[in-house]
Ligand binder design. Sequence first.
Ligand SMILES: [Zn+2]
Ligand SMILES: [Zn+2]
Length: 783
Amino acid sequence: MTQSDRKFVPRLTEKRWDHHIERSLFGKAQRDGVFNFKPGGRGRLFVIDTPPPTTSGTWHIGAVASYSQIDMIARSQRMQGNDVLFPIGFDRNGINVEIYVERNSYVKMRDTPREKFIELCSNALDKLEAQMAEIMMTVGLSGDYEHRYHTDHESYRKFTQSTFIELWRRGLVYETTRPNNYCHDCGTTIADAEVEYEDLPSSLSYIKFRVKETNENLVIATTRPELICACQLVIVNPTDDRYNKLHGLHAILPLYGREVPIKPHPSAKPEFGTGAVMICSYGDYTDVLLFRELGLTEVLAVGADGRLTAASGPYQGLTTQDGRNRILQDLAVQGLLEKTEKMNHRTPVCSRSNTPIEIIPMKEYYLKQIEFIPKLRHLAERTKFHPDSSRQILLDWLSSISIDWPISRRRVYSTEIPVWYCKKCGTPMVPPPGKYYKPWKESPPWTKCKECGFQEFEGETRTFDTWVDSSVSALFISRYPSDRKFFRRAYPASIRPQGKDIVRTWLHYSILRCYQMTGRAPFSHVWINGLGMDEQGQAMHKSKGNVVEPEPLLERYGADSFRFWNASEATLGSDFRCSEMRIAGAHKFVTKLWNLSRFISSFPQPRTAKLQPSDKWILSELSTLVQQSLTGYREFNFFLPATAIRDFVWETFASHYLEMVKPRAYGQGFSADQQKAAWYTLHTVLKTLLLLLAPITPFMPDHIWQQLYSRKSIHGERFPKPVWPKTHRRYTEKILAFNREVWKLKKDRNLALRDSIEIAIPKPLTPFRYDLAKMHSLQPKSG
Ligand SMILES: [Zn+2]
Ligand SMILES: [Zn+2]
């Protein structure tokens, strides 16, 4: 600071930004009602169908980042003048909490009285939810905490049940026994959408069958030798000449001696194993289709407990893995095992417990979806996706659906299926909607069977798949069907933000269920964020040891830095890398902005000014920045404003304009009018930057705003408009090039930046000559 600078004292007194005040700023904004939803407001209603997170207490850093971006949607919509409904909900149903309680309370769900187990889950959820809500507030989610909803609350479960009852009455629900994915760990049937595939090490065993008619060996390769007892057919490809002579003959099952037909079928792949395939109930989906197509009789080799059944003979009671090993030993002893090859097998596993699934026939309730697929495809085409390319994930999933949705689960902590059965004739009956029903412990609201008049009933004990609850969130938050007036305004929701990992579940089921209930799509825009990866771009797994925890990083760098990192990390829809280094990089930017703001805060704020050419120049760049940022906000793509603002601040404003006008702002050799113009411009740029950044980094800009510009929160303000003429942008390249040239020259000559130098200002930059001359201490070139 020189003598003449002494009178300029920063109004932002803190030398450093202390991000630990973020939480109290958030609390104050909440108390002041800044984020309150005002449905009677004059703006357009903007409804966010916020994903209710699975309440588990721990949060993946990628999820925290995605919720921060959903908050950017909310805040940027408020700043565009809309009345924003940003609900906060918690998805508390289902297997996750049940597993959590089993692990932490040392109980087994199936050995604990149902009432007691439900209580344990509910208590655990309250604690876990409190932890998650705390992270939500720490990271600055400006949602409606006061009216938070819970999918396990009586009001929500009543709502889920009422939608089921309506669909039941309309004939869209049926119960049937069919082979389906079964997780014996979770003890329940699960939908295709809940199945993931993992490459697991396995072995391919080449086993000798005998052909009955010719007595020759037929070698069949399989990864599931324990299913030999369930084999009903051997197929070979019709074009596979090696086996032409076997068509219509019979194979004798090794160890069991039973004979099964050998038939040509195009499902057999000549290049896999020996090209001959055993078809068993059930090794995979091809088996299911062939059993159905050819009307084969099921033999169930694996029971619901994941162990081999009586059909396997001496192997009964063994787990599939133990049974497999024993059977291979016995085959080897009898000389029936030709060889075994190690291989990686693409194995279907349960997405909740990671257990390899079996295909087991069970009696389950199904919700019709097949007949809706053409309509769902049409709705997907008409909904606006962000990014547009993410629509394809949904379309691909719709193309792959082959059966209706199994919605019943053999679990405890979920919404009960509201059905009772007559104890005499078995007729199922559903109650009228409008109440929360627990058939496993309550009597039905009727006394007689509608079919036979019998007076005793058995309540259903199964519950719904948790997606049955969460798929109607868009209806629940728009107060369907009780508040018709509000529903008409709030449905369809404006936007459904979510991760791409739950497109085939939450997105698909939501469109299906809401369409079935209302005949319309549930939202106008779908926003699909990428997934959080580690520094190398690999998925994070506890087993890999590459999990990045969000809480310590939020503590160390604050929410603004965390959010700025995430917004500037990757464009919408792309996977993003999570690491401390990257967040620390964002923190540098936040610190830079504080230092800039503090510097500018030392100058008065004139209301008007006679702008100098340099001022007009930076304001023309500012207009462009405003325009770019608003485009990003309108497209819900925060990468655009974050990177445009960062580039403007680092590359143009701080390194060039600020250096050019420092002498003028301090009044060193300039008129009062010229000095005032510098002050005016510095504040105009700062104010604009704060407003543009507020949705992304909600805390520091708000704090500075309230210290310098207003008593009210910045989050009640509207976005700035690009009002400054862009004519002076034509100088940008030349100004930047000239400054760099001077800096380089001084460096080459070992001069300090303030040392004077003899250099001519290029003709096109004549309008800027006073600022440039002062900035670089230029001496006019003599001669
Ligand atoms: Zn499972
Ligand atoms: Zn009856």
